[in-house]
Design a protein around this ligand. Structure first.
Ligand code: ZN
Length: 506
């Protein structure tokens, strides 16, 4: 929802926390998995060797890290909940799930009896890195609020990988997040998906390899508030015209490139046949390429299905308009974001194959957020749509498990049957789908990336903490472990250092 200047409260809170020195740590190097007690690992290795005989993989043959998490409640987000099972990780991937797995030779074995294992949490909506803490305008790089259409902008170009908020999100079990530009503009720019690895030194280091980019589109109050006193849009009419006009221009832009490619191919063919410009100027001469326009290029990639649309939109009537607009230009909206009225068009969203990234219970903070209900996610689920619980907050992202729990119990109170596995999908598999990475992460299944959280108890309990977080099979967070600390965590407050204008404030 972020749009200047009103939507900055979460960062004010974060900054205050930093001021009091409550922060965790930045990350310098990935941590190595904790060693299991030597006796246990040895016994497990012996048991495995006895079971497998000569077939047991020797560590010398395979340098891949092998880790066995033993005896937890395993919630897979793939339909099954194992009350007591083991999870075997080999290298980056999940190798096996089931009771009493044999530990391969050389495996580290960690007893996690009494704990709960889930997939890593995935947030479809975060501004970490582009609105980092401390919340200074000097490094507020999420809204290029200079024109309603900045589809050329890329969140990755404004991303600060040292944002201390990332460590807190990791401590909440988050392994993957989409970083978006804000919602000041009709077209905010390209989003990108990050892995919350602790040693990223650039946006590219953090980028989820191969994940498609997204485009942030915004409807409603924010663009008209930001541009209403400027050149517009001033109303929802102007907003939708801005969207439609941009896609129409993108159609024409694509056509000009298609024409160029056709002319280029004809020139190549003519050259092959020995036709010269003297014989036929039109055919023999290679045409000049059209001027490249990065904003229109983004929209063409949307229409070609290469870039996934993430549409900030609150009201059901506006979401309906955007679904119609998308259909008329031949693309899909992958997910609406915030979507507090999604429950009113749950059937339409299900039919369109469009997910809805919603909050558990945020509502009423502006007129377009007024008709929110706590049963939103549950009603979407009942209609066969894909609900996602997102954060849009560097605070909320730390407890997405609790947010999903609130939404699940609200649905159950209203008489909607929501299975635990389904509610878990709201923060794991469905966000993975919305980001185009569900074949590789988002559930605990053999062959998927080992993005795994070990919780102290039920993820639905407010007393539960993430104890261990793994990304690609590597331990990236361990509760209670000694963490390095960054200077950015030491009592910085807004005003302590030079801000955007270059002045030092008292
Ligand atoms: Zn936002």
């Amino acid at each position: 929802m972020r749009a200047p200047p009103r939507a900055r409260a979460p960062h004010a809170i974060t900054s205050a926390l930093i001021g009091f020195g409550l922060a965790l740590a930045p990350a310098c190097a990935p941590k190595k998995p904790t060693k299991a007690p030597a006796g246990e690992a040895k016994a497990a290795a012996e048991a495995s060797a006895a079971k497998k005989g000569d077939d047991a993989e020797s560590p010398a043959k395979s340098p891949r890290r092998v880790l066995l998490l033993r005896g937890a409640r395993v919630m897979t987000a793939a339909g099954a909940i194992h009350e007591r099972a083991d999870l075997l990780i080999e290298g980056e991937k999940i190798a096996a799930i089931g009771p009493d797995l044999a530990a391969p030779a050389g495996a580290e074995v960690i007893d996690v009896a009494g704990k709960t294992i889930t997939p890593g949490i995935i947030d479809t909506h975060s501004h970490m890195g582009v609105y980092p803490a401390p919340g200074l305008s000097a490094h507020a790089d999420g809204n290029e609020a200079v024109a309603p259409n900045t589809a050329y902008a890329r969140a990755a170009d404004g991303y600060w990988p040292q944002d201390p908020q990332l460590e807190r999100a990791r401590a909440g079990g988050v392994t993957t997040a989409q970083i978006l530009p804000g919602s000041a503009n009709l077209f905010g720019g390209r989003t990108f998906t990050i892995r919350l690895i602790p040693d990223a030194r650039s946006a590219e280091d953090a980028r989820f390899p191969g994940a498609p980019e997204g485009l942030k589109i915004a409807c409603g109050e924010n663009p008209k508030r930001v541009y209403g006193q400027k050149a517009g849009p001033q109303t929802r009419m102007g907003n939708v015209h801005g969207h439609r006009d941009a896609f129409q221009k993108a159609v024409e832009y694509r056509r000009s490139w298609q024409k160029y490619e056709k002319g280029k191919a004809a020139a190549a063919k003519a050259k092959k046949l020995g036709v010269t410009a003297k014989d036929d100027k039109d055919k023999a001469e290679e045409p000049d390429p059209p001027a490249r326009d990065f904003a229109l290029e983004t929209l063409v990639k949307v229409m070609d299905g290469e870039i996934l649309v993430h549409n900030h939109c609150y009201r059901a009537d506006e979401m309906s308009i955007m679904l119609e607009l998308a259909e008329s230009y031949g693309f899909k909206i992958r997910s609406f974001h915030h979507a507090v009225e999604a429950y009113k068009i749950a059937d339409r969203l299900a039919a369109a194959g469009t997910a809805a990234s919603v909050w558990a219970d945020w509502w009423g903070f502006k007129a377009e957020a007024y008709d929110g209900v706590r049963e939103n996610a549950a009603m979407l689920s009942a209609a066969g749509a894909k609900p996602i619980i997102h954060s849009d907050s560097a605070i909320g992202i730390q407890r997405l498990n609790q947010e999903a729990a609130k939404a699940m119990y609200s649905g159950r109170r209203a008489g909607i049957e929501i299975a635990d596995d389904e509610a878990l999908k709201w923060i794991t598999l469905y966000p993975a789908w919305a980001l185009g990475i569900d074949a590789r992460t988002g559930s605990l299944e053999v062959g998927k990336l080992a993005d795994v959280v070990v919780w102290s108890g039920s993820p639905w309990s407010v007393y539960t903490h993430a104890e261990r977080v793994y990304i690609d099979g590597a331990l990236v967070y361990e509760r209670g472990a000694q963490e390095p600390r960054t200077d950015f965590e030491i009592g910085l407050r807004a005003g302590d250092i030079a801000d955007g204008a270059g002045e030092v404030r008292p």
